[in-house]
Ligand binder design. Structure first.
Ligand SMILES: Cc1cc2nc3c(=O)[nH]c(=O)nc-3n(C[C@H](O)[C@H](O)[C@H](O)COP(=O)(O)O)c2cc1C
Length: 306
């Protein structure tokens, strides 16, 4: 069976949710090896000059409060990505201050925000932010022939934004928690369903997706984003596809060294991979004291972590 987001063909409907800290290239490659249909990078500023490693041909998610830098960033990396996504869901304090992420969808933030484009048309219910979002999507679509997606959170404007966006995008992701909920509290499944019914492009559902509920969710939605359940456990994608997997931290370490990832990132992922492992507490204590990649390796080898 082949599934599609625009022209992009996918072999299944299990996507790795965009996640800033966990989704480094080594982790994404392991998810892909395990059978993930499409990996998403964490949010990236189009103004960033940091080198991107894209060997898994991922979806790259951009964020910002204007279209500044987007066209040239897309041109630079276009051949290496599967699709481009725009973040309309980040709930962080920085996003609130800068008027991007989830706050680009909330009019109340437009007058206070820095971007002049938003200020010009700001004011409740004028849809100033919707205009900004539309401009950004036009620029994205003009810069690439690859599919474009957005990822939204639940908000008063989300369905209106989704309806505007479907003129431009090939799929819409929905995390049905509000910005103020962050990552906890109930996910509003009915809200996600209402959004799905309001648009005709495929909808990617996000929020507490796990091995138990995934079948049911995929009866209602086209794709799922696997988020926190995948952290430290790329093998979840094998299991979702009905296969066994032995993907553990050693595989991660090998790739992390290849891409020369920072020690603090490797240590962070080592902690993540202790999830569900027998003796996890002892392992974590060992890892806390690790001061080098060699230390991490010793703790892992001594404790048979993957
Ligand atoms: C550590 C972490 C980082 C995240 N970074 C991003 C991000 O960069 N872009 C984004 O759209 N969502 C981000 N998210 C949200 C996830 O994509 C997902 O929507 C959310 O975690 C809900 O799914 P879950 O309950 O399955 O984890 C992040 C979530 C976590 C836990």
């Amino acid at each position: 069976m082949v599934y599609r987001i625009g022209k992009l063909k996918l072999k299944n409907r299990f996507l790795l949710a965009p996640m800033l800290e966990p989704n480094d290239v080594a982790f994404r490659l392991l998810c892909k090896k395990a059978g993930c249909g499409l990996t998403y990078c964490g949010m990236t500023s189009p103004l960033s000059r940091q080198k991107m490693f894209l060997d898994d041909k991922p979806a790259v998610q951009l964020f910002g409060n204007s279209a500044k830098g987007i066209a040239s960033f897309i041109k630079k990396y276009d051949s290496k990505v599967s699709l481009w996504d725009f973040n309309l869901g980040c709930p962080s304090k920085l996003s609130k201050k800068m008027g991007h992420g989830a706050y680009l969808c909330i009019d109340a933030f437009a007058p206070k925000g820095v971007p002049p484009a938003q200020k010009a048309s700001a004011g409740a219910d004028k849809g100033g932010n919707i205009e900004t979002i539309e401009k950004i999507l036009k620029v994205m679509c003009g810069a690439t022939k690859k599919p474009v997606t957005i990822k939204l959170r639940k908000s008063g404007k989300a369905i209106e934004i989704a309806k505007m966006a479907e003129k431009y995008v090939d799929a819409i992701g929905i995390h049905a928690r509000t910005a103020s909920q962050g990552y906890s509290g109930d996910v509003d499944y009915d809200f996600a369903l209402r959004l799905k019914k309001a648009v005709s492009v495929p909808v990617i559902y996000s929020g507490n997706v796990n091995e138990k509920n995934v079948k049911k969710i995929l009866k209602d939605f086209d794709f799922v984003f696997v988020g926190r359940e995948a952290i430290g456990d790329p093998g979840i994608f094998a299991r979702l596809n009905g296969k066994k997997s032995k993907i553990g931290f050693r595989g991660y370490l090998k790739l992390a060294k290849k891409y020369k990832l920072f020690f603090r990132q490797i240590k962070y992922q080592a902690m993540n991979f202790t999830k569900g492992v027998v003796g996890a507490k002892k392992l974590r204590l060992g890892l806390i004291g690790a001061k080098s990649i060699g230390d991490v390796e010793r703790v892992v080898l001594n404790n048979k972590l993957g």
